[in-house]
Design a protein around this ligand. Structure first.
Ligand SMILES: Cc1ncc(COP(=O)(O)O)c(C=O)c1O
Length: 470
């Protein structure tokens, strides 16, 4: 088989095994047959994550929990949350998800006006917050050329949202400890700045930015401060309760005006929900959309989505109440103690350096020119691990979740990591497969090439498999 066939098989592993549909079949295919196909794919794909060798992505890993949530989901999967007259349960579930999230993140300390919405995920929460700040700045301050100031580590969904909404993103550099440089952020603010953003913790390094300082700066300039707690929001409160040193980041910090925290990450809900919490209803109202003049009727919607499945809201609510505070605490204890072993073990390996002072997500880079971190990743991939590659600077991260806390997993990882470093030393100068896309950028031509390649990948992801033997 040629290289091209190998590549296509990698992208479309099922193309020879199952029928490829290019039009709706004339007659319905039998349900058992289709279920068998789907279950076969799911079983195979889950096997990777179930070994506990994947960074992030799968937060609970408990198949009984998933099955139960699936059952709850199915009771309302067909229900449209927009139709509250038909489905008042959705009002109960959504309001209680928001109330529980607010309680966890000390919303009551922000005052009785603290509020929120449930969105479809972290990106939607971030983009919705950005929209609310843009609208608030436009209506209250007459801002016409909006910009947002955020550290380079803030999640890229903000860049995406800013691109869609014509908001300029002003990226500020980091301090030596990989957290936001607040003085640099201050220099980027002007009268068109709609908000500052900090993360708790950020995606690349899992670190909490100096939120108190960022929020104080925002307050002093009369602008809002969004804290992206999409990743860590449902973990930090338990870490704090367990006695870990967690810097202040939530609504207890004056000046924090909104927080995103994902239920579908450490909230252990099914994929497809997040919370976006606001200090005040005054700010939240800017993300609402109402349109009274449409022939289709009076239109009102809280955010980007129109119709939404009641199943997701019901199952997110069920995930929270059936996990309970004790369940969250026990999981956090396992995750944090595993991450501590991981962090210590990585730091012990000659040639690697842990980035910053992490608690649950451990990022590491090479501090030896003879160790190409992407070659280390090639070796880890070969050993069945799936880490996340970072760039600028080259590094890897392991975001610890429940599936990684199983007996012996972190020990095996550290052994394979040490082997990976040796592999990198043995192959100095060879191009790493994992790093193929990195290092190209930095110039307009390089970025253009990468963009073209990435567009090609996205196109391929939306195509039916080319027929076998192309
Ligand atoms: C810090 C942070 N913010 C936002 C997001 C975006 O979340 P989602 O993938 O649910 O859109 C992520 C995802 O990993 C994240 O780590």
């Amino acid at each position: 088989m040629g290289d091209f066939d190998d590549f296509i098989d990698g992208m479309y592993p099922y193309r020879r095994e199952f029928p490829n549909y290019r039009r709706i079949p004339d007659e319905p295919v039998g349900r058992p047959e289709i279920y068998q196909e789907i279950a076969g794919m799911a079983g195979r794909e889950d096997a990777i994550g179930d070994q506990g060798r994947v960074s992030g992505s799968l937060y609970s890993g408990d198949h009984e929990h998933y099955a139960y949530l699936g059952e709850v989901f199915s009771t309302f999967s067909h229900a449209n949350v927009l139709q509250r007259d038909m489905y008042p349960s959705a009002t109960k579930f959504e309001a209680e998800i928001v109330a529980m999230a607010l309680d966890l993140l000390n919303g009551p300390e922000a005052g009785s006006d603290a509020c929120g919405v449930v969105t479809g995920g972290g990106s939607e929460s971030l983009i919705s917050a950005l929209y609310a700040y843009r609208e608030a700045a436009r209506t209250e301050r007459g801002v016409t050329r909006p910009n947002v100031v955020l550290p380079t580590t803030a999640h890229v969904a903000l860049d995406k949202g800013a691109h869609w909404m014509n908001i300029e993103v002003r990226h500020s550099p980091l301090q030596a400890d990989y957290r936001a440089d607040v003085a640099a952020m201050a220099d980027l603010i002007d009268d068109q700045t709609i908000a500052l953003v900090g993360s708790a913790g950020n995606y690349p390094y899992g670190l909490i930015d100096p939120i108190e300082e960022i929020a104080e700066l925002a307050l002093s300039r009369g602008i809002g401060c969004h804290v992206d707690g999409c990743l860590g929001g449902f973990l930090w409160p338990w870490a704090e309760e367990l006695g870990y040193d967690v810097p202040a980041w939530d609504f207890r910090v004056p000046g924090v005006t909104s927080i995103s925290a994902d239920t579908h990450k450490y909230g252990y809900a099914l994929k497809g929900t997040s919370t976006l919490l606001y200090r005040s209803k005054e700010l939240r109202k800017h993300q609402y959309f109402t349109y009274p003049d449409w022939p289709g009727g009076l239109y009102l919607s809280p955010g980007l989505a129109g119709s939404r499945s009641g199943g997701l809201i019901a199952s997110t609510w069920a995930a929270m109440v059936t996990t309970g505070r004790s369940g969250y605490l026990a999981s956090a204890a396992d995750i944090l103690s595993t991450a501590a072993i991981l962090r210590h073990g990585v730091a012990e390996i000659d040639g690697l350096a842990v980035m910053g002072d992490p608690l649950f997500l451990v990022a590491f880079e090479s501090d030896d020119p003879a160790v190409d971190i992407y070659l280390v990743n090639d070796s880890l991939k070969e050993a069945g691990w799936r880490l996340n590659s970072l760039q600028l600077p080259p590094a890897l991260h392991f975001c610890v979740t429940r599936p990684n806390t199983g007996e012996g997993i972190v020990g095996q990882f550290l052994a394979d990591l040490a082997d990976g470093v040796q592999y990198a030393r043995d192959h100095v100068g060879q191009p790493a497969v994992s790093g193929a896309m990195y290092g190209f950028g930095g110039t307009p031509q390089g970025n253009q090439t990468i963009n073209m390649l990435m567009v090609g990948v996205l196109d391929a992801m939306h195509e039916v498999a080319p027929s076998a033997g192309v």
